[in-house]
Write a protein that binds this ligand. Structure first.
Ligand code: TRP
Ligand code: SF4
Length: 405
């Protein structure tokens, strides 16, 4: 059930600051973020507390990586004029929401998150039997719910975290969404829609609640969404009343799965720091050239005159990312007939990567030469994020009845 109101146009996503970004991040995540900026109100943040859950023994790289991360985002095209860029630890409200949500989150929900066991198995060299590591998906829930984000662009490994977030939000709304005079307030809100719409709303309410008519529910959502002169709080009451629950304080987010295929690394496996097969966005052209030149090719193609099979070659996978259909045909035929050599074949890839990275590297250099501009964007973003976070916390405290004011 979609319980988000007009915040569903808001996107939130985060990245851990654990080193320089590479082409896998660019193709898999950043290009998507940059695209989303055109259609959504975006919040992108540096998840430095999240990085601590796995790097608590060596936290010194986190602060430096945080600024580097923002530089990479800016260089790649994340626009601080349209997106809010901030650092998690600079918005301490995240910790407060995390604490409050932890009170209502059953341990089993966290133990069941697949990444809990997976990561412990994968990162055997670290002791991850900590409270922080178990609780980190809930910290992620706090990040998302704080901004009432409707959409969360994530990779497949993170979908379970968004699912947990939905469960936690549902539980929160169920427990605390019952204002004392909820029904009365809902009726006031219905009146505010005007006679005609109020009548339609009541009719839909009846159809949904008495006959379980799902279409009435979606028409109702659309009707509420289209109301221009009604406050967000009232819209939430109208949705809550329609669905037969209380007010929705924390709307349930949806995951926005990135459609882009996996970026192949230098060895043909998925590009990932842990495989040591990456090209960093800020890697020098010489270094990039060297890395591509030393990539493995079809092992059966030993001499220039041997025919090759592109399907057995990681360079061919990079052509899928970078080359036009014409060039791909040319390479495929050339490889199979020994018409082209691997050196020429790789040249195309080197040129494409360098061309792609040139403007990014130029912008990164400009930002590095002018760190105060980066800091300015971070400060502005943190302020803007905090404004939203303060409002949410006020609502959350009030709903839970723990405000002293
Ligand atoms: N956990 C995410 C990761 O490891 C980063 C992250 C933290 C995040 N909070 C988030 C992503 C909120 C999306 C939304 O990649
Ligand atoms: Fe790989 Fe290209 Fe060499 Fe064929 S020609 S083996 S695709 S590098």
């Amino acid at each position: 059930m979609n319980t988000s109101v007009s915040q569903n146009q808001r996107v939130l996503s985060g990245m851990r600051p654990t080193g320089l970004l590479h082409l896998g991040h660019y193709h898999g995540v950043l290009k998507n973020w940059i695209e989303l900026q055109h259609s959504y109100e975006c919040f992108f943040f540096v998840a430095d507390w999240h990085a601590l859950t796995t790097h608590y023994e060596n936290p010194s790289i986190i602060a430096k990586s945080s600024v580097d991360l923002v530089i990479d985002w800016l260089a790649a095209g994340v626009n601080p004029g349209s997106s809010t860029i901030f650092i998690q630890s600079r918005v301490p409200e995240h910790a407060e929401l995390f604490t409050l949500l932890s009170m209502i989150t059953p341990l089993g929900w966290l133990e069941r998150v697949p990444s809990y066991k997976d990561q412990q198995d994968k990162l055997k060299d670290r002791d991850l039997s900590t409270f922080g590591f178990l609780g980190y998906p809930l910290l992620q829930s706090s990040d998302i719910l704080m901004y009432k984000a409707g959409h969360v662009p994530v990779g497949e490994d993170q979908v379970a975290h968004v699912e947990l977030t939905r469960e936690v939000a549902r539980r929160f709304n169920h427990l605390y969404g019952k204002e004392i005079d909820f029904e009365e307030k809902a009726h006031v809100a219905i009146k505010k829609m005007g006679k005609k719409n109020a009548k339609i709303y009541k009719n839909l309410l009846k159809r949904y609640q008495e006959q379980g008519d799902g279409e009435a529910l979606s028409v109702g959502h659309a009707l509420i969404d289209s109301q221009q002169n009604i406050s967000l709080g009232d819209k939430e009451r109208l949705v809550g009343y329609l669905e037969g629950g209380g007010r929705i304080i924390l709307p349930e987010p949806q995951s926005l799965l990135t459609a882009s295929p996996k970026m192949p690394g230098l060895d043909g496996q998925k590009m990932s720091k842990s495989y040591g097969n990456t090209i960093a966005l800020r890697e020098s052209p010489e270094q990039i050239e060297k890395k591509v030149k030393t990539m493995p090719t079809d092992p059966a193609r030993i001499r220039r005159t041997d025919a090759g099979d592109p399907d057995k070659c990681p360079v061919w996978q990079l052509h899928q990312v970078y080359s036009s259909d014409d060039l791909k045909t040319e390479v495929e035929e050339g490889c199979k007939t020994a018409g082209i050599g691997c050196v020429d074949c790789k040249r195309h890839i080197i040129d494409s990567i360098l061309l792609e990275l040139k403007p990014i590297q130029q912008r990164a250099k400009d930002y590095l030469d002018d760190i105060s501009t980066v800091e300015y964007h971070i400060n502005e973003g943190c302020e803007a994020a905090r404004d939203v976070a303060r409002d949410t916390m006020e609502e959350v405290r009030k709903a839970m009845g723990i405000t002293l004011r």
